[in-house]
Design a protein. Sequence first.
Length: 454
Amino acid sequence: MHGSPTIELDPAHLAQPFPAEFSWGFAASAYQIEGAAAEDGRGPSIWDTFARRPGAIADGSTGDVACDHYHRYPEDVRLMADLGARAYRFSISWSRVLPLGTGAVNQPGLDFYRRLVDALLNAGVEPLINLFHWDLPQALQDLGGFADPRVVDWFTDYAALLASTLGDRVRDWMTFNEPAVFAFLGHADGIHAPGLRDWPTAIRVADNQLRAHARSVQAIRALVPDARIGMAIDVNQVAPATGSEHDRLAAERWSSARDAWFLDPLFGRGYPALGLDAHREAGHLEGVDLAEPPAGDLDYLGLNYYRRDSVRARSERAFDWEIGALPGSEQTQMEWHVASDGLRDVLLELTQRYGPPEIVITENGAAYPDRVDEDGRVRDVDRLGYLARHVAAASDALRAGVPLTGYYVWSLLDNYEWSLGYTRRFGLVHVDFGSQRRTPKDSAAWYRRLTTRR
Ligand code: GCO
């Protein structure tokens, strides 16, 4: 840890710059916590399929049970309310409410989200609904998935169903979470569902997410006139690994081909020239007919921030680069380079470049190998220090004029970390996956002091 830990970690001190109405919250996603994968009529999603693929998941696990949140949501809502959360960002499992993705509605699935929203509102926690956190209904993947242009209709109908069911009580919405991860890790790198390795497909998936966003926002606005709608983009700090000209150029091209690939269109600028060049040179656009993407229409920009990515060029060719933590840097268990100053810089840069009406930090958090001590405590000092430094960086950005209105920790509970299964713990609350026992960690007590300062 840097500097003087006492003042730096003190939540009362850290909370000072934030306005009273600031949304302190937690973020989670359906497949990572719900479990009950085959209950009450839920249809399979691409993650149910992918997790069963031999070798796909580090510990061979699935989200079949996860945190059993589907059954334990009353306890989980109580927990987050106890920790002072004013807001909770969760996602809808599309195949729980529409088992085939389109057509017949599964009423018990919709009822679950109705009960969850009621429980949150009763506990004084504002719900933020994310419509898509990567768990596409398998039935739609079988028809071509997000690479098929019909997905714009499928998604818009699904969004309208949720807006008409929950729009009377839910004001905060998000269409997509980390569209780059879904498109590129799922369809080009093959390490996330649906596990494809084809760049032109990934580019089509990215494009269709932008189109589905634009159309579904219109549908939600028509049904929920006071809705506040955003998208969560994962923008980590991208930096050249060395001072060399090659690395500098590689970092610029990578950030354009990945982050600006979504941000520029969302803010009405179309695809970025540098990114287009890089994708074209790498052959990613072969056979793809890229029309001008629609602008975004966002009430807020969601930012998921975790780390600094250093880019090292292997050659001058586009996409011939290595991305990761600098050797010797401070890292979490994900081997992510901890860089809280990067959060401040990214917030400032996004504000200067795009001028969003508001920015919400929709995810920030860290994995460490926690354990429950004999006295029942989880002394997660590393996580606590990580959070404190990032909250401090957020307050620096706020003071510098960034229109920051919320901060959601990833996550309330330890949960299913995608292809790493249950081997990485991001929660402020420890979960024993055998007994489903929840134990708030030291960082949870710290967060409560931050959120309840007034
Ligand atoms: C997301 C994230 C989460 C991860 C978290 C830690 O897109 O919202 O990927 O689902 O669990 O970022 O890796």
